[in-house]
Design a protein around this ligand. Structure first.
Ligand code: NAI
Length: 420
């Protein structure tokens, strides 16, 4: 079996950590048990381009249990957990192409392995695999043979919707990110907590009393802002969307333009999915010693070339912390090369929240294999009944019971929807 990982010797460490994550993924476990019986993905070649973490390992095992031939490559050069990659190769015979810290050339060589696997289904996180399959680099017949795909994150969904709008998307995709049991929980609680975890691991910063500027008050920003406040930070929010800005105000945060927030912040965290939200004019006003990081999908939110241009020297002061000495004597600290800090410096989202995200992935893969013939080349939502079934299973697993509508209540509500 072809693969490219850092070190097979790490496999047993990886296995122990994957099993630990599995304890917190009861919904995925139930799906695995059903998949073992029913084998809904029998004979399906599936290329996944995801962060290679313990949670992803459990997803890969579920897909394999369902009968799929799975190949996994990294969706970010810095997020791979090398012990997990080793365990999947050694203990599960799943071909993995991912090494933490791989350079850009290797990153794309690894994606090319996923392309050349000639997948029937793709599973992406950020749409790099889909883009590569559609590019001139790939054998054109490969994209023709893909039945359908799934996409994990906001940025990927935006890229794919724009491909669909231009009429260049060649197969249907399910936007797993847009499932309620995904972004309500994963983006908000998962990114919220793990972004703080990454910042603290990288810096050992005391959050209490720190002024934190949160750039973007979408799903991830809301989760992060709330958790930073919980640890005692003075949180400022910056936004471009009036509704989300208003929500931040009503949630009790100060909302300021970026230029003012930059001047006050000890820590700036970008979570927008947008480009250069932090740039020269902001660096010019920032306080000496301010820390900057990103938890959005791509490392484009912070304009690093601008920062370099303003600096006389860049040095690594501690692992994942680069000190930029500015011409005027101030120093700014960039974490994790501006890549998503929760995966670079910490372990990404907790398994309990990835349980639901990856349950959506597994069920969506099953759905597209069954239904691809009725689907067009566009981006679809996760079917509502799948989404609802995951919420039900998660509640069950948590031991939380809820009430049922009485017959009278059901009739009453129906009468409104029927307009009587
Ligand atoms: P979202 O669309 O819910 O929120 C983004 C927010 O940023 C919006 O409110 C938008 O108005 C705001 N925004 C855009 N440009 C801005 C600017 N120049 N200044 C201030 N605000 C601006 O998206 P979501 O789900 O919160 O995702 C954000 C990013 O995080 C995406 O790139 C997504 O792929 C990524 N993501 C990262 C995860 C991680 O593990 N670190 C997990 C999930 C998503």
């Amino acid at each position: 079996m072809n693969h490219d990982i850092k070190d097979r010797e790490l496999a047993d460490d990886g296995k122990r950590r994957i099993d630990w994550a599995d304890r917190f993924m009861p919904v995925l476990r139930l799906i695995r048990q059903r998949f073992e019986q029913e084998r809904p993905l029998e004979g399906v070649r599936l290329s996944a381009c995801l962060h290679v973490t313990t949670e992803t390992a459990n997803l890969a095992r579920v897909l394999k249990a369902g009968g799929a031939e799975v190949l996994l490559c990294a969706s970010n050069p810095l997020s791979t957990q090398d012990d997990v990659a080793a365990s999947l190769v050694v203990h599960d015979s799943i071909p993995i192409f991912a090494i933490k810290g791989e350079d850009t050339e290797t990153y794309y060589q690894h994606i090319d392995e996923a392309v050349n696997f000639q997948p029937m289904v793709t599973m992406d996180d950020g749409a790099d695999l889909v883009s590569r399959l559609h590019s001139e680099e790939a054998n054109p017949s490969y994209v023709e043979n893909v039945l359908a795909g799934t996409e994990e994150t906001t940025t990927g969904v935006i890229r794919l919707k724009s491909m669909a709008a231009e009429g260049v998307l060649r197969y249907p995709i399910i936007a797993v990110n847009d499932a309620q049991t995904k972004h309500f929980f994963d983006n908000r609680y998962g990114t919220g907590q793990s972004t703080l975890d990454g910042i603290i691991r990288a810096t050992n910063l005391l959050i209490a009393g720190t002024t934190v500027a949160v750039v973007g008050y979408g799903w991830c920003g809301r989760g992060f802002a709330d958790r930073a406040r919980g640890l005692g930070a003075n949180v400022i929010v910056t936004e471009v969307d009036p509704l989300n800005a208003l929500e931040a105000v009503m949630d009790g945060f100060r909302v300021l333009p970026m230029i003012q927030a930059a001047a006050e912040a000890d820590l700036v965290v970008t979570l927008t999915g947008n480009i250069h939200v932090l740039r020269r004019e902001h660096f010019e006003t920032m306080k000496d010693g301010a820390i900057i990081c990103n938890s959005g999908h791509f490392n484009v939110e912070i304009n690093i070339p601008d920062l370099k241009d303003l600096s006389t020297e860049v040095r690594t002061t501690r692992e994942l912390v680069e000190e930029y000495s500015l011409k005027d004597g101030r120093k700014l600290y960039l974490l994790g090369e501006g890549r998503l800090i929760n995966l670079v410096a910490a372990e990404g989202h907790p398994a309990s929240v990835m349980d639901m995200s990856f349950a959506n992935q597994a069920l969506s893969a099953e759905y597209v294999v069954k239904n691809h013939e009725q689907m067009d080349n566009c981006v679809y939502d996760v079917p509502e009944e799948l989404d609802a079934s995951i919420a039900k299973l998660k509640l069950q697993a948590l031991g939380v019971a809820i009430d049922q509508l009485t017959e009278e209540q059901q009739t009453y509500l129906n009468s409104w929807t029927m307009g009587t």
